[in-house]
Design a protein around this ligand. Structure first.
Ligand code: ZN
Length: 267
């Protein structure tokens, strides 16, 4: 399944994306009848057919409404080393606030408080089923609704200066997510993550290089807290992080998901 979220008749709605057989074009074809406060689409609810809208060029909203965004730091060896950090012996976890969420295509604002804002292209997991204390040997795929793309925008200077990363990672617009959520990826086997700035490739990694695979990450997080449907886990960024400047366009592409594109402006 592939779905997105967008305004239809001024109402934010979850909508199904299907590939048109004859042309291969991706079309938004149905809206899910979800409760207004729903954080993910209810796949069992009746969906209503709409006049198809081409996905390319559609004005999309974040496809998720997480209660929390849990991030894993330094999950690729080469990235830990490029910032001069030790390779961790267990997952390093931090939060981004839901107030930092940003829609596909929307502007990332560079705050005046930072002189060094970086992009971080990441694969993100969307939780589909409540989970707590996931046990060794349990199949974590049962709790995963699907996957999307997340840009873990970071004020690197504040991150270095402050022990807690709440501000460095938490400015408004610092968490673009989307454009769609898909199932059927296999991050254990390896999914390619590529970040381009103004079309120039800056990051190219594969989730096969994760230090901690997703099952370890989900067990580690749920040893402490309950994950609920719609929660997002950002899985870390490959090497090649670097600064953003006003006028840049950041694109993160993930095999099977698509491209998350956001322009950058000064605050
Ligand atoms: Zn990150």
């Amino acid at each position: 399944m592939k779905y997105c979220r967008l305004l239809i008749n001024n109402e934010p709605q979850f909508a199904l994306v299907e590939t048109e057989g004859s042309t291969g074009r991706e079309l938004i074809t149905r809206v899910f009848k979800s409760a207004p406060a729903a954080r993910i689409p209810d796949e069992d609810a009746v969906s209503k057919r709409i006049d198809p809208i081409p996905l390319e060029g559609a004005s999309l909203l974040t496809p998720v409404l997480p209660s929390k965004i849990v991030c894993v730091g330094r999950n690729y060896r080469a990235h830990a080393e490029e910032l001069g950090n030790e390779v961790p012996t267990e997952p390093l976890v931090f939060y981004k606030p839901p107030s930092s969420l940003n829609d596909p295509g929307a502007r990332i604002r560079l705050p005046r408080l930072s002189q060094n804002v970086h992009y971080e292209g990441e694969l993100a997991v969307v939780i589909g089923k409540t989970c707590y204390h996931v046990r060794e040997g349990e199949d974590v795929r049962d709790y995963i609704l699907g996957y999307t793309i997340l840009n873990d925008v970071t004020a690197r200077d504040l991150q270095k200066k402050e022990n807690q990363w709440a501000r460095a990672k938490g400015f408004d617009t610092f968490t673009p997510v989307g454009p769609v959520v898909v199932d059927g990826l296999d991050p254990w086997a390896g999914v390619e993550v590529e970040t381009r700035i103004n079309r120039e490739v800056r990051q190219h990694g594969t989730t096969a290089d994760f230090i901690f695979p997703l099952d370890v990450i989900i067990r580690h997080i749920t040893a402490a807290m309950t994950l609920v449907p719609g929660d997002v886990i950002a899985t870390g960024t490959p090497e090649g992080v670097g600064p953003l400047h006003a006028g840049d366009v950041v694109e993160i592409s993930i095999q099977g998901v698509g491209t998350l594109r956001n322009p950058v402006v000064d605050e």
